[in-house]
Ligand binder design. Structure first.
Ligand SMILES: Cc1cc2nc3c(=O)[nH]c(=O)nc-3n(C[C@H](O)[C@H](O)[C@H](O)COP(=O)(O)OP(=O)(O)OC[C@H]3O[C@@H](n4cnc5c(N)ncnc54)[C@H](O)[C@@H]3O)c2cc1C
Length: 379
C-alpha cells in the first residue's frame, strides 16, 4: 500500500492546476491519476478561448482572476502557451439579447472589467471581415483572448512534477474506499493508495467518480464538435461569438480558423463521433457572417464533452456527505479559461479552509437547494 496526502482524479487542465497550486503552497505527497494521457479529455479538444464577459458575477470574478494569472503564466511557469489578448467580440442579433448585453456590461464594469459597446458601424470599421448586417450591437473586451490548451495543461503538469507531485498516466481510479464520512483510499490500476483528501477533477466522468464515493452530482456530459481549417495569413485578432446564432470562431497563431457550435438535439453521454451535419451547418452559417471563409478547406474535425451543471456555472467545493472529497467539475464549456483561478482557489480551500483571491463560496453544491441564476453566455 502507498500513502498520499491528496489524490487528484483527472489530468486535464483542472486537475493539473489544482496539483500545481497545492504543490506550490508546500503540500507534499500529492498524487494525480489520469486514466488516459495528459490533455486527452476536454482540455485538449477545446477552443482555447479565454473570456471575462459573463452574465453572472461569479464567472466574471473567476475569469478576471484567471486572466491576471494567464498574463503572468510565462513568467510564473516558464512556458509559452501562445497566449494572446486579442479580445472577444460578442454579437447581439435581437432586442432581447442586446438588452441583456447592456445589463451584462453594466455588471462587468462594476466588477472593474474594461468592456465596450459597439454599434454595427463601429463593428464594421474595426473588424471589417465581419458581416454585421443583422447585428444590433456588440460588446468587446480587449483583455479577453485565447491560448493553447495542450501547452497550458502540460505546463501545469510539468511544474507540478518538478514540485514533487507524482503523476500516473494510463491509470484509472476504479473505486474509492470510504469509512464513515471520509474517503480513506483510492483503488487504481496501480493498486491501492491511502489518502487524506480526494479531488474530483474528472471532467465528463464527474458523476461516475462522485458515485464511487457514494455521493451524487447534478452534472451531465454532452458531446461538442469543433473543426479547424487550413491556415491563412493572420488577420483576425478577437474570438468572435454569438449566443443566439450559436457559434464561436477564432484564428490560431498558426493561421487556421477554429470554430464550433452547440447542438440542442445532442443526447447526454460520452460520444466521440463526428457528423457531416455539423460541418454543413456551421459552414453555411459562418460563410454568411465571415465571407472570407468561402473556399477554405476543413483540415480536421473532432469532438469532446461539456460537463454541464444545472446553472452552467462550475461546481467547486466539498462533496455532499463526504468530508474530504472536493469537486472541481461541471465547467459547462468554460473550464480551460477558469482553470488558473480554480486551481488556486481550490488549493487554498484544501490547505487553509478559505480562499484569499476569489470567493467561491457561491459555487458549492448547496446553491442547488436555493433558486439558481443560470449563466446565459454559453454556446
Ligand atoms: C469542443 C469544445 C470546445 C471548448 N472550448 C472552450 C473554450 O474555448 N474555452 C474554455 O475555457 N473551455 C472550453 N471548453 C471546455 C473545456 O475544454 C473544459 O471545461 C475543460 O477542459 C475541463 O477541464 P477538466 O480538467 O475538468 O476536464 P478534462 O480535460 O476532460 O480532464 C478530465 C480527465 O479526467 C480523466 N478521468 C476521468 N475519470 C477518471 C478516472 N476514474 N481515473 C483517472 N482519470 C479519470 C479523464 O481521462 C480526463 O483526461 C470546450 C470544450 C469542448 C469539448
Amino acid at each position: 500500500m502507498k500513502h498520499s496526502s491528496v489524490a487528484i482524479i483527472g489530468g486535464g487542465i483542472i486537475g493539473a492546476s489544482v496539483a500545481y497550486h497545492l504543490a506550490r503552497m508546500g503540500t507534499k505527497g500529492i498524487v494525480l491519476f489520469e486514466k488516459g494521457y495528459i490533455s486527452g479529455g476536454a482540455t485538449g479538444r477545446c477552443g482555447g478561448g479565454i473570456r471575462q464577459q459573463w452574465s453572472t458575477r461569479g464567472n466574471v470574478r473567476l475569469a478576471m482572476r484567471s486572466v491576471k494569472k494567464f498574463e503572468r503564466f510565462l513568467q510564473e511557469l516558464g512556458w509559452d502557451i501562445e497566449y494572446k489578448q486579442g479580445g472577444y467580440l460578442l454579437l447581439a442579433y435581437n432586442e432581447e439579447e442586446a438588452k441583456t448585453f447592456e445589463e451584462n456590461v453594466k455588471m462587468q464594469r462594476e466588477e472593474g472589467l474594461d468592456v465596450e459597446i459597439l454599434s454595427p458601424k463601429q463593428i464594421e470599421r474595426r473588424f471589417p471581415y465581419v458581416n454585421a448586417k443583422s447585428v444590433l450591437l456588440a460588446t468587446f473586451c480587449p483583455t479577453d483572448g485565447h491560448g493553447n490548451p495542450h501547452l497550458a495543461n502540460f505546463a501545469y503538469i510539468h511544474k507540478a512534477k518538478e514540485l514533487g507531485v507524482k503523476v500516473y498516466t494510463h491509470t484509472k481510479v476504479k473505486a474509492l474506499e470510504r469509512k464513515a464520512n471520509n474517503i480513506i483510499g483510492v483503488h487504481t490500476d496501480l493498486g491501492y493508495f491511502s489518502c487524506e483528501v480526494v479531488v474530483n477533477a474528472s471532467g465528463a466522468w464527474s458523476k461516475e467518480v462522485a458515485r464511487m464515493a457514494g455521493t451524487d452530482l447534478p452534472t451531465t456530459s454532452f458531446r461538442h464538435q469543433i473543426l479547424v481549417t487550413e491556415p491563412v495569413e493572420n488577420f483576425m485578432d478577437p474570438l468572435v461569438m454569438s449566443f443566439s446564432k450559436n457559434f464561436y470562431i477564432r484564428q490560431t497563431l498558426h493561421g487556421s480558423f477554429l470554430m464550433g457550435q452547440g447542438d440542442p438535439q445532442e443526447k447526454p453521454g460520452i460520444n466521440y463521433n463526428v457528423t457531416l451535419d455539423f460541418e454543413r451547418k456551421i459552414a453555411e452559417k459562418l460563410t454568411a457572417i465571415f465571407p472570407f471563409l468561402e473556399g477554405l478547406r476543413i483540415v480536421r474535425h473532432w469532438s469532446g464533452h461539456y460537463n454541464m451543471s444545472p446553472d452552467a456555472q462550475p461546481i467547486i467545493g466539498k462533496a455532499r456527505s463526504v468530508e474530504n472529497l472536493f469537486h472541481a467539475v461541471g465547467f459547462s464549456g468554460h473550464g480551460f479559461m477558469l482553470a488558473p483561478a480554480v486551481g488556486e482557489a481550490l488549493a487554498e480551500m484544501i490547505v487553509h479552509g478559505k480562499t484569499s483571491h476569489v470567493d467561491i463560496s457561491d459555487l458549492g453544491l448547496e446553491r442547488f437547494e436555493r433558486e439558481v441564476v443560470r449563466e446565459k453566455n454559453v454556446v
